[in-house]
Each structure stands twice: as structure tokens, then as C-alpha cells.
Design a protein around this ligand. Structure first.
Ligand SMILES: [Zn+2]
Length: 297
């Protein structure tokens, strides 16, 4: 779209110059919309207002659950910029938070239509559809994202991470598996896949993936730690301890591995060894929440 300037012919087809036809009314409307936005934001009439500033204020209201104040600002932003993605998405989130499914769905649809290629929104929209008990709509979103961006193993891996961060674990697993089909020596993909299986409590699959990660990179301390944790969940404490110790020989300052090793010793009844591990953990990461219970006396 080329920008029309003041002296161009008006796009309405009147033949008059834009500045002496439709432009003044448009400017008046924009001025009124800005005044309404300033009002919604509670900004003094002498102070300047901008959409960016308004969004910052709205997000503060939203975080504090002052939904009516936030919504008022977002609606006024949309009068100025009808396809403003942050405003559309925020109104969907507020609908979700209020338990107003109609509002959530209405704004999710608008957000999808505003920029069909924005996968960052699309993936979050899919996740909200899942939370609204609309799995078919969620799948539609996720599938379109795959078609949009998922080509190389790295694309698949990054998409998997997006799903993983949203808690869409099954979607994440599919992506990592796709990446590994093309690139079987992709160590981080094995690791993340194993960690997803661990979260899904699919322990045998987790063990296999984490072992694959270690086959690609035997010095992968985080993979040793997570494999140890998976083995301990399966009841193999000796195996767990061996992998925690391996993780710690690779990364001596690995607080979580010290903590896990302490728990494994404790489960074996080796209290003294366990306490030594917890002390070491506290030295490395004093604010670890799990330590509060151990050192409560
Ligand atoms: Zn005109």
C-alpha cells in the first residue's frame, strides 16, 4: 500500500485533493480517538499519549487483575489500530481469565486474522484453545504453524521448545522427533525430548532419549543429571547415583545434581552422605526452595 499524501487525489474518488476532502474528517476522528485513549488511560489532557504508552498502562492493569480498566484501554487502542495484535491477544487472555469463553474466542479469531503469519501468536492461541476445551481449533493452529515454519531440524527443534515452554508437551515431543528423523545426531533434541518424556512420566522413553543424548555427547552434564533423576524414579538408585556423580565430575558447581544426589543417598538410608550433598547445594544455591524443608531447624 502506498501512502496517500495531502495533495494527492482523495481515494474516495471525488476528484478533489485529499486534504480538502476526506482527510480532515479522518484527522478529527483520530484526534477524538486519541482523546478517548488518553481518558481511558487516566492521562491528564496536557500530557501526550501514544498507543505504546497506553499498552504499558493496560498491561499493568491486566497483571493486577483490574480487567475493566485494562479492557477500556485495549478497546480504545483498537479504535486507532484495529489490528493491534497485543491488544487483540490481551482481550482474549482477559476473556480467558474472566471465564468469558465467548470473549476469548472472539478475540482469538481476530488475532489470527490480523496476522496469519505470526506464529508466536498462533502457538499461544492454540494453547488457549486447548485450555478452553477446543482441541480441534488448537490442532488447526498447531498444524498451520508446522506448515508455516517447520522445515529444517533446527526449525523443528525451536518449535518444539516453544511448545515445551507453553506446556504443550505432546506437541513438543512430535517436533523433537521430527527433528531427529532428519538429524539423528542432534544431541539437544534428544535431551529435550527425554526431558519432555520425563515430564510426561514416560520413563522408559525418557531413559532411551537421554541415553541417545549422551551417545552424541558423553560430556553432557545436564543429560547425566536428568538420566539419573529418571532412573531414581524407576527405582534404580545405584544407576541414578552413578549418573549424578558423572554430572558432577563434568560440572562440579551443578547445584541441582548435588541436591538430587543427596536425595538418592537419603533414599538409600545414607543420611550423612545425603547431608553433605545438601550442604554443598546450599553453598552453591542458597535460595533453592527445596532446601527450606531440609534445613528448617
Ligand atoms: Zn474524499
Amino acid at each position: 500500500m502506498t501512502k496517500i499524501t495531502r495533495n494527492d487525489k482523495c481515494p474516495c474518488g471525488s476528484g478533489k485533493k485529499y486534504k480538502s476532502c476526506c482527510l480532515p474528517e479522518l484527522e478529527a476522528r483520530r484526534f477524538a480517538a486519541l482523546a478517548a485513549l488518553r481518558d481511558a488511560c487516566g492521562i491528564h489532557p496536557s500530557e501526550p499519549v501514544s498507543v505504546a504508552k497506553a499498552i504499558v498502562l493496560a498491561v499493568e492493569h491486566q497483571k493486577a487483575s483490574r480487567f475493566p480498566l485494562a479492557e477500556k484501554i485495549y478497546h480504545n487502542v483498537l479504535l486507532l489500530e484495529p489490528e493491534h495484535q497485543d491488544a487483540l491477544f490481551a482481550l482474549a487472555l482477559i476473556g480467558q481469565a474472566k471465564g468469558d469463553k465467548d470473549q476469548a474466542v472472539e478475540y482469538l479469531e481476530k488475532c489470527l486474522n490480523a496476522d496469519p503469519n505470526n506464529y508466536n501468536y498462533r502457538i499461544r492461541i492454540g494453547s488457549i484453545y486447548n485450555s478452553l476445551d477446543m482441541p480441534e481449533k488448537a490442532q488447526e493452529c498447531f498444524q498451520s504453524i508446522r506448515e508455516l515454519i517447520a522445515n529444517t531440524p533446527l526449525d523443528q527443534f525451536n518449535l518444539g521448545n516453544l511448545f515445551n515452554n507453553l506446556g504443550e508437551l505432546n506437541e513438543a515431543a512430535v517436533c523433537y522427533e521430527q527433528a531427529l528423523k532428519v538429524k539423528p545426531d542432534f544431541g539437544e533434541a534428544h535431551f529435550n525430548l527425554g526431558t519432555v518424556y520425563l515430564k510426561l512420566d514416560q520413563l522408559d522413553k525418557a531413559v532411551a532419549s537421554l541415553q541417545s543424548a549422551l551417545k552424541v555427547n558423553p560430556g553432557y552434564a545436564k543429560a547425566h543429571n536428568n538420566l539419573g533423576f529418571t532412573l531414581s524414579k524407576k527405582g534404580d538408585l545405584d544407576g541414578a547415583i552413578a549418573h549424578y556423580q558423572e554430572a558432577l565430575s563434568l560440572t562440579p558447581g551443578f547445584a541441582q545434581a548435588h541436591y538430587n544426589l543427596g536425595n538418592a543417598f537419603k533414599a538409600q538410608g545414607l543420611e550423612e552422605k545425603a547431608m553433605a550433598c545438601f550442604e554443598k547445594t546450599r553453598e552453591l544455591q542458597p535460595d533453592m526452595p527445596e532446601l527450606a524443608e531440609i534445613f528448617k531447624d
